[in-house]
Design a binder for this molecule. Structure first.
Ligand SMILES: Nc1ncnc2c1ncn2[C@@H]1O[C@H](COP(=O)(O)OP(=O)(O)OP(=O)(O)O)[C@@H](O)[C@H]1O
Length: 233
């Protein structure tokens, strides 16, 4: 296991939770609004003074120096609301945090950053900012990537590109990738493992197809999967 979380919790938001992530796999985190997806990502990323411990590669992330921590684990927040008067290129470099980031130009190109790199962050569209922020999350080459709704605001082509990129980060880069998403079909298409949250607790965890056809889905979401697509349960 690359990440082991023990009794992580956030008062009033996340019940005490034990948790592990494997390298090379995409785990999707689903649940209705307010179910605790962001809270679980925050607890793993050590945001908001969570209880419990998180180890990456056997090391307690709370005891790591900032550069080591950036290489162990990176969190991409759902908010794209960043209006820094910095060039996109410089925003990405902030994520490198002394980690080298040898293939920066290739990273810019692969994320469509070539044309964005020398534009100011506060003058980009929301989706363009999302691409810059993903590049910033990737540049440190972290062992664990925690991403909160990374495809929100992206057009259909960029949604596919970003999910393919994240599949490569897991499969080729051997990172653990955890993604909070609302799109159940996207979760079904890309996840190796699916976790369902409700009321600040994990209520299902396993193979995506089995989980999506489990009675827990209509109970939690009020929708069910049919041959025609998703319908009200
Ligand atoms: N900073 C905070 N302080 C206190 N409570 C919070 C805070 N942020 C969220 N909450 C509460 O914690 C619960 C879980 O919220 P969280 O943001 O983790 O849900 P979510 O599943 O990510 O929701 P969404 O799908 O709407 O993004 C909610 O009841 C929310 O109101």
């Amino acid at each position: 296991m690359i990440l082991t979380a023990r009794t992580v919790a956030l008062a009033g938001r996340l019940e005490p939770t034990d948790f592990q992530l494997e390298a090379g796999k995409i785990t999707c985190l689903i649940g209705p609004n307010g179910s605790g997806k962001t809270s679980l990502l925050h607890a793993l990323a050590r945001i908001g003074k969570p209880a419990g411990t998180v180890e990456v590669g056997g090391k307690d992330v709370d005891r790591l120096a900032p550069e080591q921590r950036a290489r162990a684990l990176t969190y991409l927040p759902a908010s794209r609301d960043i209006a820094w008067p910095l060039l996109a290129r410089d925003v990405v470099m902030l994520g490198a945090a002394g980690a080298g980031g040898g293939d920066r130009e290739a990273l810019f190109a692969s994320l469509g950053m070539a044309e964005l790199a020398d534009r100011r962050m506060d003058r980009l569209s929301t989706g363009e900012r999302a691409r810059v922020l993903l590049a910033r999350a990737l540049v440190a080459r972290p062992n664990v990537l925690l991403l909160d709704e990374p495809t929100a605001n992206l057009d259909p082509l960029w949604k596919i590109r970003m999910m393919e990129r994240l599949s490569d980060e897991a499969g080729i880069g051997k990172r653990a990738v955890m993604i909070a998403v609302h799109d159940l079909d996207m979760a079904a298409a890309h996840a190796d493992r699916l976790i369902v949250m409700q009321g600040g607790r994990i209520v299902a965890d396993g193979d995506p197809d089995l989980v999506l056809d489990d009675p827990v889905i209509p109970a939690v979401f009020g929708v069910k999967r049919t041959e025609a697509g998703w319908e009200m349960a």
